[in-house]
Design a binder for this molecule. Structure first.
Ligand code: 5GP
Length: 248
């Protein structure tokens, strides 16, 4: 399938994905001071998450998982709307599979609570995401429809001991999705030759259409770190680390 056709199909199925997931709930109050413009679907590479936190994670998933669905420029929008695990109980199998806590694989719900309180309460300004079930279900829907793992496979971008050029990865993803993604890396540590790929972000408008993560001339986010150590990748070579040999 040509990239342009794939893009058209992708957009309609993304909207469908959100409409079909998650039960509605009365709209919460949202603060006008938490204005945001775009939603960022953040995928992370579990092997790099373990490296970032310098933790020897046990058998991290060997596929890209969800870090979060983040509104830009808004965090912690409603401190009186606590996370209730019960509300997403039905989503548990998919949550554990696609939105695991990579660092604490025996207790995922702290991570989900954190993501809800920091990002979900802001995303909930949208009717399509205005309950915990809709936020987590909608995020899973977007993740599944974006199909980042199979798209990378199709592009021949696989974990490897050989390095990739960041511009090749960005260009290949842009041609598939029809929008500019953002790729984030861990800068090289002492003794390392190159940066390590850690996160891939794809961005959405408030009506959940894919949009560029950065527009030409847009200021402000270049070099912004989303986690300890992660930064927008420098142009040049990067390591996409293979998972360690499984100990299962
Ligand atoms: P944010 O707080 O904006 O959602 O994301 C940044 C934080 O998430 C960083 O502190 C980073 O270390 C943490 N993080 C990234 N991946 C994971 C994970 O799988 N589990 C947990 N518990 N924290 C994570």
């Amino acid at each position: 399938m040509k990239p342009a056709a794939a893009h058209g199909l992708l957009l309609s199925s993304l909207c469908l994905a959100l409409c079909c997931r998650g039960g509605a709930r009365g709209s919460p109050t949202s603060s006008d001071s938490h204005e945001w413009k775009k939603l960022i679907m953040v995928h992370h590479w579990p092997v790099t998450v373990c490296k970032e936190v310098e933790k020897d994670c046990r058998d991290p998933p060997d596929y890209w998982t969800i870090h979060g669905l983040w509104p830009d420029r808004a965090e912690e929008c409603n401190g009186s709307w606590p996370f209730h695990f019960e509300e997403i109980k039905d989503l548990l199998p998919e949550m554990k599979m696609y939105w695991p806590d990579v660092i604490h694989p025996l207790n995922h719900s702290h991570f989900w609570k954190h993501e809800w309180e920091k990002h979900g309460t802001c995303a909930a300004q949208l009717d399509a995401l205005n309950s915990q079930k809709k936020y987590f279900g909608g995020s899973l829907g977007l993740y599944e429809k974006l199909e980042l793992n199979s798209i990378l496979q199709k592009l021949g971008i696989k974990p490897s001991i050989n390095y990739y050029q960041i511009s090749d990865i960005k260009d290949a993803l842009a041609s598939m999705y029809g929008v500019v993604p953002k790729v984030q890396c861990l800068p090289p540590k002492q003794g390392e030759e190159v940066q390590t790929i850690g996160q891939i972000e794809l961005c959405f408008t408030k009506d959940l259409r894919l949009r560029n993560c950065t527009e030409p001339g847009e200021l402000g986010e270049s070099g912004r770190a989303w986690g300890p150590g992660l930064e927008v990748c420098e142009d040049g070579p990067a390591f996409y680390p293979p998972p360690p040999q499984s100990t299962r």
